[in-house]
Design a binder for this molecule. Structure first.
Ligand SMILES: NC(=O)c1ccc[n+]([C@@H]2O[C@H](COP(=O)([O-])OP(=O)(O)OC[C@H]3O[C@@H](n4cnc5c(N)ncnc54)[C@H](OP(=O)(O)O)[C@@H]3O)[C@@H](O)[C@H]2O)c1
Length: 295
């Protein structure tokens, strides 16, 4: 129950040994546990000795149904919060704020939110967390490397052409396994990262064109990149049945994120993990070997 960080350290133990003992008693709720980041957070947290309570709709947790939240949160020590679709949506601000307040009320004070680097639209969601009374950490991730290998972009990649509204802007793509390692380290580091906003990037800037070229080489197939205006991309999404409201938010978010504001790397992964972030070339090689871009 309550904040694991508030538990007394066991007398006679070194700080390190006591931290390990506390970690082994810690239960963390992982939302989006079937998704790109949540599945890795669950894996990394289990690897660090934490007890993971995986939360997704199949397990009875629904962000859209507040009556399902308490049963998932009760008696846990911490939670990883990942709001589906986009952390910058008005629904995310409302949902994260309401869930965080409920968690705090249940004694689950240690909350780590996945946010998006440079996304102004996500600031209300972050504010909803920081004003909830939680012991919070915000992890702002840049574009995931795994966007190329898991999710809606895969189909284009497999068919040899990625059509995307990113122009020639550079991005330091981050590997979701590094996000998971940082979240786990944050949860197992006592109060060290409480009240901190971390910005996670990979080690190297690449344009979408360069990223697709690296994947092409790793996969041994020809994949091209075709930049398109954001509005045209939005119209294509509408044609695929994406609701108009969602399309408008995506257009706004893409226009914000593709203006070059994220074209620099940070040292936050190194600060937390004491090692360099994984390189895009390693991601491309491993995903190609796993068959990510095979038809
Ligand atoms: N993509 C990027 O480059 C990037 C960068 C920075 C931040 N982000 C943020 O990352 C978040 C997405 O994270 P992700 O990529 O790890 O997720 P994801 O792979 O898109 O998976 C979505 C997860 O949410 C769950 N889910 C969907 N609807 C739900 C509902 N109503 N209630 C409970 N769970 C629900 C799904 O589980 P079930 O379907 O099994 O329920 C699934 O586990 C967004 O907030 C986005 O803004 C993304």
């Amino acid at each position: 129950m309550g904040c694991w960080g508030a538990r007394p350290l066991t007398g006679g133990m070194t700080d390190k040994a006591a931290e390990t003992a506390n970690t082994q008693r810690m239960t963390v709720v992982v939302t989006g546990a079937s998704g790109r980041t949540g599945s890795r957070v669950a894996e990394a947290a289990r690897g660090a000795g934490l007890t993971v309570r995986a939360a997704s709709r199949a397990r009875g947790f629904d962000w859209e149904d507040p009556t399902t939240w308490a049963q998932t949160l009760r008696d846990a020590d911490a939670a990883y919060l990942m709001y589906p679709s986009d952390v910058g949506s008005p629904a995310a601000a409302e949902g994260v704020g309401a869930l965080a307040r409920e968690a705090v009320g249940l004694g689950v004070r240690r909350l780590v939110l996945l946010s998006a680097r440079g996304e102004d639209q996500a600031l209300p969601t972050e504010a909803a967390l920081t004003s909830s009374g939680a012991d919070w950490t915000i992890v702002r991730a840049t574009w995931f490397s795994q966007n190329f290998s898991e999710g809606p972009l895969v189909e284009g990649m497999v068919h040899g052409e990625l059509v995307f509204p990113a122009g020639e802007v550079k991005e330091p793509f981050v590997d979701v396994r590094d996000i998971a390692d940082v979240v786990t380290a944050v949860l197992t580091s006592g109060d060290r990262y409480v009240g901190r906003t971390l910005e996670l990037t990979g080690p190297r800037l690449l344009s979408w064109r360069e990223a697709v070229a690296e994947i092409s080489e790793a996969a041994g197939s020809t994949i091209t990149y075709t930049p398109v205006p954001t509005r045209a991309y939005g119209q294509a999404l509408t044609g695929f049945g994406v609701p108009a409201e969602e399309v408008e938010l995506l257009i706004e978010v893409f226009d914000t994120l593709m203006d070059g504001r994220n074209a620099h790397v940070t040292g936050d992964v190194r600060e937390v993990l004491g090692r360099e972030p994984r390189d895009f070339a390693d991601f491309a090689r491993e995903a190609a070997a796993a068959g990510a871009w095979k038809a």
